[in-house]
Write a protein that binds this ligand. Structure first.
Ligand code: FAD
Length: 500
């Protein structure tokens, strides 16, 4: 094998998933030279198909990729449905019905990750990022106490080196560089495994819930049921591993999956006319385990960990891509500020780590409550209020958390303002304008009644936001998270000192 030397970059990113693509794009958008190296070739399969509004209507708008996403024909997700806790009937929630959430267009998408991740990467390339695929990164390069690049084996089996002022590990669950700066701490509470596959012809809830994710508890754990396209459904069982930790081998997976389905009546019913896909990329039953962890450190001089490379926890609330893209935005602010020389490196990266850990911690905390299977609908809301330490009414804290808006990041709100101004007031409003007859009778609907009460206010607000979008304007000043902390710049791309 030969070695080669590549040029020097401002940032080299290991991994082109949502975290890597988002970070690379936000840094390249400031005129910096950015390279992504991924061992796979795209489009490539990945699990994690149910997204949150904060990603679609916040980060994707800031990335300037919302039109491509809208054109991709993904399944619209207006909320979620749970068969959980003491009650037998499932209940649903809308993203768009709370006071604080009303600026956020009330939907996300269920996506084929092969398509979604490739759209983000193509957008990164359009914004100036270089992409090298089929290149396996093997180790970080460190000089003195600073990380200065990575070594990788390229598609021709050549060992190459690339140097950069900053290195980002966005290698997902594999977490290539975490061990170089600390250790991976596994959750003592979440130790589940998942077994999942794809089905054609699964049932759909009546409109407008046909795009909802269904999460259904059963004796040994819970299922996700994600309507990825009108006919294709992603179905996964999350369960406690057996005591001997013996993992089923390939030939045993089908029987294990059918066994779980038989124990969960609502999933058995939804799949009663479906067949499991057995060919192509969706043709395998797959397993994942050991996914709930956090790295002991998220950064060191010259190196930052984003997305799953830093931390992940149980997928019940579909927060993985939200955490990946939001952490990428936070890291981009730190890198952009340091490259501009406007903020001290230590303070910039501490701000990143603090905010990422807080966001992750909110989901972790709330998930711990949800695993109490005796919960009913109201206790879900109470637990969300306790997690967010707020006194919000009814289901507001719950929906804010599940929409990925708990931190109320000002930059994401700006993106939403612009989106709202162009799109009206989102799907919640659509539902009021064109209600689907009989839809609510099919399930218990959390808060759907509230939509009507919001109408006049939504209308006034949409007009106000349109003026803001056209003529510009200031949003209220952000307060730092802690004494001595930094705040977000007006364009959302840097940290800055708090204004007096
Ligand atoms: P990834 O998407 O994993 O991307 C990492 C990239 O790094 C890959 O392209 C990989 O090829 C590359 N890479 C790895 N090693 C190397 C190397 N050595 N050299 C070069 N490149 C490398 N999230 C949701 O939002 N919704 C869901 O419904 C959901 N369901 C889930 C269900 C399960 C069972 C699990 C385990 C996770 C789920 N997730 C879900 C989480 C979601 O999959 C992840 O959070 C998300 O993909 C993280 O994005 P990322 O960019 O950090 O990493």
């Amino acid at each position: 094998m030969n070695s080669g030397k590549d040029g020097t970059y401002d940032l080299v990113v290991v991994g082109g998933g949502p975290a890597g693509a988002t970070l690379a794009t936000f840094v390249a958008m400031q005129g910096h030279r950015v390279l992504i190296v991924d061992r796979d070739t795209f489009p490539r399969y990945q699990i994690g198909e149910s997204l949150l509004p904060s990603t679609i209507n916040g980060i994707c708008v800031m990335l300037g990729v919302e039109e491509e996403i809208a054109k991709a024909g993904f399944t619209k997700k207006l909320g979620g449905s749970f068969r959980w806790g003491k009650k037998e009937e499932p209940w649903s929630f809308y993203f768009g019905v709370t006071q604080k959430n009303r600026k956020n267009p009330a939907f996300a998408y269920q996506v084929e990750r092969m398509k979604f991740d490739w759209i983000l990467l193509q957008n990164a390339i359009k914004k100036g990022v270089e992409l090298r695929t089929g290149c396996n990164v093997t180790r970080p390069i460190k000089e003195g106490d600073r990380f200065v690049g990575v070594e990788y084996v390229d598609e021709n089996n050549q060992v190459r080196e690339v140097r950069a002022r900053y290195v980002a590990d966005a290698s997902g669950n594999r977490g290539m560089f975490g061990a170089a700066i600390g250790e991976r701490l596994y959750s003592k509470f979440f130790k589940n495994w998942a077994l999942f596959g794809y089905y054609e012809g699964g049932k759909r809830f009546p409109p407008p819930y046909e795009g909802n994710i269904l999460s259904a508890a059963f004796g040994e754990g819970w299922f996700w049921y994600i309507p990825v396209t009108p006919t294709l459904t992603s179905v996964g069982a999350v369960f406690s591993p057996p005591e001997d930790k013996k993992r089923p081998v390939d030939g045993e997976l089908e029987a294990a999956m059918n066994g779980f389905i038989a124990k969960c009546p609502i999933i058995a019913d939804m799949l009663s006319n479906a067949r499991r896909v057995t060919e192509g990329v969706y043709g395998k039953l797959r397993m994942r385990q050991d996914w709930s962890y956090t790295q002991s450190r998220f950064w060191d001089k010259g190196l930052v960990l984003v997305g799953d490379a830093a931390c992940f926890v149980d997928p019940l609330l579909s927060q993985g891509v939200h955490l990946a893209t939001y952490s990428a935005l936070l890291a981009a602010r730190s890198i952009n500020s340091c490259l501009a020389g406007s903020v001290d490196e230590q303070r910039a990266f501490e701000e990143f780590e603090l905010r990422y850990r807080r966001e992750y911690g909110l989901f972790y905390d709330y998930l711990t409550s949800l695993y109490d299977m005796n919960f009913d609908q109201e206790s879900f809301f109470w637990a969300a209020r306790s997690t967010l330490r707020t006194e919000e009414r009814g289901n507001e804290a719950f929906i804010r958390l599940l929409a990925g808006q708990a931190s109320a990041d000002p930059a994401i709100n700006v993106a939403q303002d612009f989106f709202d101004a162009r799109q009206g007031s989102g799907a919640a409003l659509e539902q009021v304008m064109n209600p689907t007859p009989g839809a609510d009778a099919a399930m218990t609907t959390v808060g759907a009644k509230n939509i009507t009460g919001l109408l006049p206010e939504l209308d006034r607000e949409a007009q106000g936001l349109q003026m803001l979008a056209i003529f510009g304007g200031d949003r209220p000043a952000e307060k730092p998270f802690r004494p001595g902390g930094l705040i977000t710049s007006k364009d959302g791309m840097y940290w800055q000192e708090p204004t007096a």
